[in-house]
Design a protein around this ligand. Structure first.
Ligand code: NAP
Length: 541
């Protein structure tokens, strides 16, 4: 135990885990299995991460339940039943609580506690970690599982404090139900979140105004209930679902199984699109043709197919026209699944406002004002305005590595990591879910977060076994990973589209694809090669 400046003794832990979302809970559990004395901090007052914070109306997962779960806990796999193919937020949150209870994870978790600062002491190979509740702890391993989509963009325009009604970002939604009856509601944002909010709130309120800056492609979700028999049947297939998931590009139990786009006639392709469309899942996106990511002509055909589907769902041709994405290709932004989203605009109580030509200027006392001076009176304003993805939640912690350098300053210049798991200049900092690793929708989060945590834990085991105290990628290693990441990313159409994937939703953020797009299998191979080869490219102390 060390002392602080006032002579107080500082508790020492074998590892500090930040976050109790799906990556944090898994990491905590595995570290305990390794016999480590761990402390974990979580800003919320419960476990779940994304599924704790995002309790907005209509929130549900866009991945099938049997893909979107841990594969490790045998007892949970056996005993947990899913009620729907695409479970809602409360069910996902309940599942993570069930896992936490099954493994008694709360014992080492400190809720309502935000980690504010981490400072590396090179002489002692130790991180000193501080929280907003006054905790100060020392640890060799600082493992941040802070989430890719957790740093909300809450105030993209001024005036919020003047609004007399209720204004709320979707990821800060209150636990108590909000009554929409008789209310004029505004939703800003038409990403995956805004779409779910729109289709859910429209039937509940007096009037809904949707403020859209960029139109979105969606695929209609085919959701259904799962009874006992369906759960029993699913469980029988878990071994093969798991096997297929680990063998696929995106970590789901399907893949680009249709051969090349060019192997088929247009008629055959059309039949494939219709079949995948009817499945009502990510298969249309991540299980159709890989060419949609890399080939303009293929992407154009698929985008046209989806636009025609949108046109057929919206009665007013002018509204349909506004709802159709024109300036980017299908799948180059995250594709949401919807449940009646486009039909919502056929309702008499819903208005679509295109704020691209006339941007939102500010929130007023009574609603929203556009740059033209047009005002929209509202009682409730819902900000589905997204997140400072990938880097935001890490940069919110004041992380000081070697030689006084800070992670925020490094990423403000250029977003660089090694495998998304370590950062040059920050020994023994493990960044699960950080940029340049596979994540959100380009990879199934349960699969890729647990794999990334496993790599970090294996590295710790390696250090323990060899009496090593610190680990950090070399500059050359990081250069090589960034170059490899960029080479793949820049060969796709994703980098040509502005979106949060590219950091474009945050002013001044360096442009780079945040998620690795080489596929989950290729990423795992790289990670395994490095570990099995004795971590060439990493410096140990
Ligand atoms: P998002 O995709 O970043 O969407 C934010 C929306 O707000 C966009 O439509 C954006 O317009 C708009 N916006 C931001 N600032 C604005 C401004 N000043 N004026 C007008 N419009 C503005 O965020 P999200 O919908 O929260 O989704 C983020 C990610 O979370 C998703 O891509 C997905 O990975 C995940 N998610 C998953 C689920 C699920 O599994 N079901 C549900 C929700 C979210 P622009 O597009 O023009 O920037």
């Amino acid at each position: 135990m060390n002392n602080d400046k006032a002579g107080q003794s500082i508790p020492h832990y074998d590892a500090v885990v930040v976050g109790a979302g799906l990556a944090g809970l898994y990491t905590l559990h595995r570290l305990r299995e390794m016999g480590k004395n761990v402390i974990a901090f979580e800003a919320g007052d419960g476990v779940g991460g994304t599924w704790y914070w995002n309790r907005y109306p209509g929130c549900r997962v866009d991945a099938q339940c049997y893909n979107y779960q841990y594969w490790f806990p045998e007892q949970v796999l056996k005993s947990w039943d899913w009620s729907e193919r695409f479970p809602s937020q409360p069910e996902n949150e309940a599942y993570l609580n069930f896992v936490a209870d099954t493994y008694d994870l709360r014992r080492d978790l400190h809720f309502h506690t935000r980690v504010t600062r981490g400072v590396y002491d090179e002489a002692r190979s130790t991180w000193r970690v501080y929280t907003d509740r006054g905790d100060v702890v020392d640890t060799p391993f600082f493992i941040c599982c802070v989430g890719i989509l957790s740093d909300a963009i809450e105030a993209p325009f001024p005036g919020r404090e003047n609004f007399k009604g209720m204004v709320c970002h979707t990821s800060r939604w209150p636990k108590t139900p909000v009554d929409f009856t008789g209310k004029r509601v505004g939703v800003v944002g038409t990403g995956a979140t805004g779409i779910q909010v729109t289709q859910t709130v429209a039937p509940l309120c007096r009037h809904l105004t949707v403020f859209q800056r960029t139109a979105n492609y969606t695929v209609p979700m085919h959701n259904y209930q799962l009874d006992d028999a369906a759960n029993r049947e699913l469980k029988q297939h878990y071994p093969e679902i798991k096997q297929r998931s680990y063998a696929s590009f995106s970590g789901f139990d399907f893949d680009f199984d249709n051969g090349s786009f060019y192997d088929h006639t247009p008629e055959e392709r059309r039949a494939i699109y219709e079949r995948l469309w009817a499945d009502g899942s990510f298969t249309f996106w991540l299980g159709s043709f890989f060419e949609l990511f890399v080939d303009e002509a293929a992407n154009q055909e698929i985008s046209d197919f989806v636009r025609a589907k949108i046109r057929a769902r919206v009665k007013d041709p002018q509204v349909a026209e506004k709802l159709m994405p024109r300036d980017y290709g299908f799948g180059t932004r995250r594709v949401p699944l919807d449940s009646g989203y486009f039909e919502t605009f056929n309702r008499d109580n819903v208005t679509l406002v295109d704020v691209k030509p006339d941007p939102i200027e500010c929130i007023t006392e009574s609603g929203l004002r556009l740059t033209s001076g047009q005002e929209y009176p509202l009682d409730i304003l819902i900000l589905a305005t997204g997140f400072d993805a990938g880097t935001g939640a890490f940069a919110a912690i004041d992380i000081h590595g070697r030689d006084g350098r800070t992670l925020k300053a490094k990423w403000d210049r250029d977003i660089r990591t090694t495998l998304g798991l370590q950062v040059e200049g920050f020994p023994n900092l493990f960044t699960i879910g950080a940029p340049l690793a596979p994540s959100t929708a380009l990879c199934n989060m349960y699969l890729c977060m647990t794999e990334q945590a496993d790599w970090a834990l294996e590295a710790i085991r390696h250090m323990d076994a060899h009496g090593l105290h610190s680990m950090e990628p070399t500059r050359e290693m990081e250069d090589a990973w960034v170059e490899h990441h960029d080479a793949i990313a820049n060969s796709t159409l994703v980098t040509k589209t502005d979106s949060w994937y590219m950091g474009c939703n945050v002013k001044g953020k360096p442009r780079r694809l945040l998620s690795y797009i080489g596929g989950s299998v290729a990423y795992r191979k790289k990670c395994d090669e490095i570990a099995e080869g004795g971590y060439a490219g990493f410096i140990f102390g």
